[in-house]
Design a protein around this ligand. Structure first.
Ligand SMILES: Cc1cc2nc3c(=O)[nH]c(=O)nc-3n(C[C@H](O)[C@H](O)[C@H](O)COP(=O)(O)OP(=O)(O)OC[C@H]3O[C@@H](n4cnc5c(N)ncnc54)[C@H](O)[C@@H]3O)c2cc1C
Length: 288
């Protein structure tokens, strides 16, 4: 697909077009695609579910390699649980449900994070005190030289929303070491997480999740709130009333509005509170 409207492929529902959208079926296909693009001098990026990205109104000329078809899932029993091998494009939410169905715990607090497993590993996604790297034991990646490499991982390799996966690398598979757990308890934990999210997050509007990273253990919403920006609006981009670290699209927001609101928040928080907020969301195509 060419000139693909990114509004359709990102949860923020804003942005211009991307040069091309490609769906590799498996790792061999992915490798061939990357090699063809490299030979043709076409820049490329990897896209999962597009839930942590804001694309500019001018769009990007890069080809996007969307991983959602790379979604195999396989469980191998161990003494006290199982190792799950899961494709980078698998829905994280669905993966967690599959684990719970088998009575396997370790990821349940990440339930309802709307991304893919690969996007989650790249972002070291986390919620309710759990991060994806806590149970991650290994990954297969395609690197910029076109090599498929297996890496062992440990939680210590990852930071707050930071991972060992570089922008030029694609997560093909993740291997998770999961422990046997009580099915009913897992379901209760997942129900709790879902209810809390519904209560605390503006799930009724398009967004890209938390816009800023926390600072020294203090959540970012606190600074936005203190700076008096709850409900602040530029065009149809608005600081959510429900959770001030979310910018929501009230209908027809432009990427320009979202970017202006991000700048406004950073400026106000810096001038009023002396704190420099850093984006957790990725901004694509805003620098020329
Ligand atoms: C309503 C809402 C709630 C959210 N709540 C949370 C939360 O509680 N905790 C949290 O951490 N995040 C949260 N997020 C943010 C987002 O869901 C996570 O960052 C998620 O892990 C991103 O996955 P994705 O597949 O959508 O990645 P994308 O947005 O598609 O991509 C994000 C980054 O990952 C890269 N990427 C994607 N797939 C791969 C791959 N296979 N290999 C290598 N790189 C890849 C992309 O190039 C990009 O750099 C929320 C978002 C929304 C909209």
């Amino acid at each position: 697909m060419k000139d693909v409207p990114m509004k359709r492929y990102t949860s923020m529902r804003v942005g211009g077009t991307a040069g091309m959208l490609l769906y590799p079926a498996d790792s061999a296909d992915l490798r061939a695609m990357v090699s063809r693009l490299t030979d043709s001098g076409i820049p490329y990026r990897f896209l999962g579910n597009g839930t942590n990205i804001i694309v500019s109104d001018d769009g990007i000329r890069d080809a996007l390699i969307r991983t959602t078809k790379m979604s195999r899932l396989h469980f191998t029993k161990t003494k006290d649980g199982a190792v799950a091998e899961v494709g980078g494009g698998f829905s994280l939410k669905r993966f967690i449900r599959e684990c719970a169905r088998r009575g396997l715990g370790g990821l349940e607090k990440l339930y309802w994070i709307p991304g893919s497993v690969g996007g989650g590993i790249r972002m070291n996604a986390g919620s309710f005190g759990q991060t994806i790297s806590d149970t991650l034991a290994g990954i297969d990646i395609l690197n910029e030289r076109g090599e498929i490499i297996e890496k062992q991982t440990e939680p210590g390799n990852f930071g707050y929303r930071e991972s060992i996966v570089r922008r030029s690398e694609c997560v093909i598979n993740g291997r998770f070491r999961l422990k046997n757990a009580d099915r009913d308890q897992l379901q209760k934990d997942m129900d709790y997480v879902y209810q809390e999210r519904r209560l605390r997050h503006p799930m009724e509007y398009p967004s890209a999740g938390s816009v800023f990273k926390g600072v020294d253990g203090q959540p970012a919403w606190w600074f936005v709130e203190k700076a008096g920006l709850r409900g602040y609006r530029i065009g149809d981009a608005c600081v959510s009333d429900k959770h001030t670290n979310f910018i929501v699209n009230m209908g027809h927001a432009k990427a320009l509005d979202v970017a202006a609101l991000i700048k406004k928040i950073k400026d106000e928080v810096l001038s009023k509170l002396g704190v420099a907020l850093e984006e957790e969301v990725e901004l694509w195509g805003f620098n020329g």
